[in-house]
Design a binder for this molecule. Structure first.
Ligand code: ZN
Length: 143
């Protein structure tokens, strides 16, 4: 990785495996301007996972299924939206998104996340966490 300030090469001065989140955190220092910043190495879920939605479109074409790359940010944003009445909304949404995804892992078949399974899991986790957040989420995500 190059320096975020001057684009010169950097060296890793410290690194830590965050086992629970399956991430590697690294402290880097620029070889030129000596600035310090950190980076995180994580699995790219958008490349690793697919997302399957199915909708009842019409009588002629009963169930339509679509598969697209899974976007963690979309899930995060919907959780954040449901938690916005909380002072700690951003950190809550970050933690809840990780919890939802790790809860879903055993249900993923061939690295495909089913939309209904995702919504059900998110509802269960939000219900235990914050009643208002769960009501808000359910209103926007019907099964
Ligand atoms: Zn630099």
């Amino acid at each position: 990785m190059v320096c975020i300030y001057c684009q010169a090469d950097t060296k890793v001065v410290n690194s830590r495996l965050q086992r629970r989140a399956n991430q590697v955190w690294r402290r880097r220092q620029c070889l030129d301007c000596k600035s310090i910043f950190s980076s995180i190495e994580a699995v790219d879920l958008s490349l690793a996972l697919s997302f399957r939605t199915s909708q009842n479109s019409s009588v002629k074409h009963p169930v339509k299924t679509a598969i697209e790359p899974f976007q963690r940010d979309v899930l995060f944003t919907s959780i954040l939206e449901s938690c916005k009445h909380r002072k700690t909304a951003i950190s809550d949404a970050t933690a809840l998104t990780s919890t939802i995804l790790s809860r879903l892992r055993p249900h993923m078949k061939g690295a495909v996340i089913d939309r209904d399974q995702l919504v059900t899991t998110a509802q269960q986790i939000l219900k235990r966490f914050d009643k208002a957040a769960s009501v808000h989420y359910s209103a926007y995500h019907r099964l």
